[in-house]
Design a binder for this molecule. Structure first.
Ligand code: F6P
Length: 362
């Protein structure tokens, strides 16, 4: 099909590599298809609010490849199927998806490339089911989206977390302390597992393996009796004790999902009480999402942006661009979202951690 004009938006939280996707999409659309690109600001919000779009030319995207964040802005609250608005001084939730569909027609978009995580891609699937020519590109530091081996953003988050573990090691050893590092990842432990292995953690706690406090204490005590009076505990924000609950820092509502956070503090208090050692917690938080993407994330994001435009040109709507081995592939959004990616507890990385004597909490 002929591509005259495509739209691109970045939804949900940001991840390093979003700008690389935008740049690659604009360059491919312009160079190969002589097609105009319209950037949609602040996720789907730009299709609802006035002044929500901007024209993206190769000149406009020059120099953004190494930049973190997104030049289009991100919006966590931008779900057109459940949008919070004020009516007569009261906050109400409205479905404005028809307005979004209408706006896509008004803008004469042959395709809309949506770069987003689980939530944004689910909205995209619903819009596709309403007849919109949507193409998805997976983005998340959590690495929890199906249909791809890995999402851009993840490698940068792991690099940042690994550096944090390295830094905690030196101060832990100097002070004979147990250092606990809480990492992001929502309901998966990919960041904690990869960074924990790369940084040489002594204990790695992930949501896929419920932990017991006793197994953590045992590891710390055995290190101390072997003469190692310090330990590094990496805990994914979604990890929870066997038979216990995940810890949340922010409660959810009709529009926003709850936010995990606080398990690091709980683990720290328990270690300090039971192991008779000083323990300190570090919550790495949004440092995992900010800053310049790694070379791998730039490489993956660039390939994804170009592939999304090619997919649009071949009419592959309702599909998601993903990485399988060395190849960029596409799968239906429905299939990609059917089963979220989780750490396989029998995988080589978990086995390796155990072989190295790392405590996985069970
Ligand atoms: O999904 C990415 C992520 O960074 C998660 O790892 C984390 O739980 C969540 O987003 C934090 O969301 P927010 O930026 O809204 O606090």
């Amino acid at each position: 099909m002929t591509l005259n004009r495509i739209g691109i938006l970045t939804g949900g939280g940001d991840a390093p590599g979003l700008n690389a996707v935008i740049r690659a999409a604009v360059k491919t659309a312009t160079n190969v298809y002589s097609c105009d690109v319209i950037g949609i600001r602040r996720g789907f919000e730009g299709l609802i609010e006035v002044n929500g779009t901007l024209t993206l030319t190769p000149d406009r995207v020059r120099g953004i490849l190494p930049q973190g964040g997104t030049i289009l802005g991100a919006a966590n609250r931008g779900n057109p199927f459940a949008r919070k608005v004020m009516r007569d001084g009261k906050e109400v939730v409205e479905d404005v998806s028809d307005q979004v569909v209408q706006r896509i027609h008004e803008l004469e978009l042959d395709s809309l490339i949506v770069v987003g995580g689980d939530g944004t891609l689910r909205i995209s699937l619903e819009l596709y089911q309403k007849g919109c020519p949507v193409i998805g590109v997976p983005k998340t530091i959590d690495n929890d989206i199906g249909g791809t081996d890995v999402s851009f953003g993840f490698d940068t988050a792991v690099a940042m977390a690994t550096e944090a573990i390295d830094r905690l090691h030196t101060t832990a050893e100097a002070h004979h302390r147990v250092m606990i590092l809480e990492l992001m990842g929502r309901n998966t432990g990919f960041i904690a597992l990869e960074a924990g292995l790369a940084g040489g953690a002594d204990v790695i706690l992930i949501p896929e393996i419920p932990f017991t406090f006793e197994s953590i204490f045992e590891k710390i005590r055995s290190r101390a009796s072997a003469g190692y009076h310090f330990s590094i505990v990496v805990v994914a924000e979604g990890a929870s004790p066997l038979g216990g609950d995940q810890v949340f820092s922010i409660k959810g509502d009709e529009v926003r999902s709850p936010r995990l956070g606080g398990i690091g503090q709980l683990v720290t208090e328990n270690i300090a009480q039971s192991c008779g050692m000083e323990a300190r917690v570090t919550v790495l938080g949004h440092l995992q999402r900010g800053g310049s993407p790694t070379a791998f994330d730039r490489w993956l994001a660039t390939r994804s942006g170009a592939a999304a435009v090619r997919l649009a040109a071949s009419g592959g709507f309702g599909r998601l661009v993903g990485l399988r081995g060395e190849s960029i592939v596409d799968v239906s959004l429905e299939e990609a979202l059917a089963i979220p990616r989780r750490v396989d507890v029998e995988c080589d990385a978990v086995r390796t951690a155990r072989d190295l004597g790392i405590c996985m909490g069970d």
